[in-house]
Design a protein around this ligand. Structure first.
Ligand code: DOR
Ligand code: ZN
Length: 346
């Protein structure tokens, strides 16, 4: 097969930032994607419905000419989040999910949750109204090895929260382990899991062998090869619980290429080419539509996009800019390290 047409894909986990960075990276997403769940970890974070409305307006102002793209907004869960504000923002259609960052887990997560008892009222309200909780699933205990933080989170935080809040709809975001895949498969349809493009391509060796590669560093950090293989099997399986969330997370190069580099891989530009490559390698091109276009809307109870995106395989390798020049500075595009022959026909 050298050509495949999908319902226009959506990105169920995306960082767009704000200001000059937002304007610089937004066209990279709107080129191929119809919608995205927009992460709220700005500085300061997007906590209230009013803040989400204002952020959505700024995104719409930054849209490239002629683009049709619907930013799906999220609220950043804090220990003082008001359940009534969350419910109102969901009822108005503005907010499609609430994001849980354990405090200190990743970029701009210091306003996140330390004491889960303090968010009980919000979680109960969300279970009542069916609003999904998007979870960054890593414990922050310094005693837990960074490569074990997802597995420990599932057992000690995620499963207890879900048991304590029956009916709460949860997305395990950017799963990176076989443990995450297995847990998602063992649960009912109130649990979904997103998988990034880069975690299908790199394992921890890619970050560390032959010199440290800051543009492969993200959180949760890529794990051992057997985890990557479990993620590839899950993503390409067609199972409804697994869907695309790129976690495309732009940082300007000076903040990645330094002694304490930021976490994040920027994949908005080439994700669809890379996914076609991966799905073809797995012999599962027919399931790319499920992963990138159908399973996400089904979980979020939204329609599948009517528009389409066509991907074509040609003899010449796809090219993309090594860096996106934004008004905030250059952002390096994720380099898979191998040629890719699939092109999205914009
Ligand atoms: O790699 C990451 N980058 N992981 C996250 O959880 C946050 C993100 C960011 O905002 O840069
Ligand atoms: Zn993220």
């Amino acid at each position: 097969m050298t050509r495949i047409t999908l319902p226009r894909p959506d990105d169920w986990h995306l960082h767009l930032r704000d200001g000059a960075m937002l304007s610089g990276v937004l066209p990279e997403t709107t080129r191929h994607f119809a919608r995205a769940i927009v992460m709220p970890n700005l500085v300061p974070p997007v906590v209230t419905g009013a803040e989400a409305a204002a952020y959505r307006d700024r995104i719409l102002v930054a849209m490239p000419e002629g683009a049709t793209f619907d930013p799906l907004m999220t609220l950043y869960l804090t220990e003082t989040t008001d359940p009534a504000d969350v419910a109102a923002a969901a009822a108005s259609g503005l907010v499609k999910a609430v994001k849980l960052y354990p405090a200190g887990a990743t970029t701009n997560s210091h306003s996140g949750v330390r004491d889960f008892d303090k968010v009980r009222g919000v979680l109960e309200k969300m279970a009542e109204i069916g609003l999904p909780l998007c979870v960054h699933g890593e414990v922050v205990d310094p005693a837990v090895d960074i490569f074990d933080r997802e597995a420990v989170f599932i057992e000690t935080v995620l499963d207890p929260i879900r048991r304590a809040t029956p009916g709460l709809r949860v997305v395990m975001e950017h799963i990176t382990t076989k443990d995450g895949v297995d847990y998602a498969r063992s649960q009912g349809d109130d649990l979904g899991a997103t998988i990034t493009t880069h975690h299908l391509i790199i394992n921890r060796n890619h970050i560390l062998v032959g010199g440290i590669k800051p543009h492969y560093y993200c959180l949760p950090v890529a794990k051992r090869e057997h985890h990557r293989l479990a993620l590839r099997a899950a993503a390409t399986s067609g199972e409804a619980r697994f869907f695309l969330g790129t976690d495309s997370a732009p940082h300007v190069d000076p903040l990645k290429e330094c002694a304490c580099g930021c976490a994040g891989c920027f994949t908005a530009t080439n994700t669809m080419s890379l996914l076609a490559h991966v799905f073809e390698e797995e012999g599962k091109l027919a399931n790319l539509a499920a992963f990138a276009s159908e399973n996400g809307p089904r979980f979020y109870r939204l329609p599948v996009n009517k528009e389409t995106l066509t991907l074509e395989k040609t003899a010449s390798a796809a090219t993309w800019p090594a860096k996106i020049e934004t008004g905030a500075g250059p952002v390096t595009v994720f380099d898979p390290g191998f040629p890719v022959f699939w092109h999205a026909i914009d």
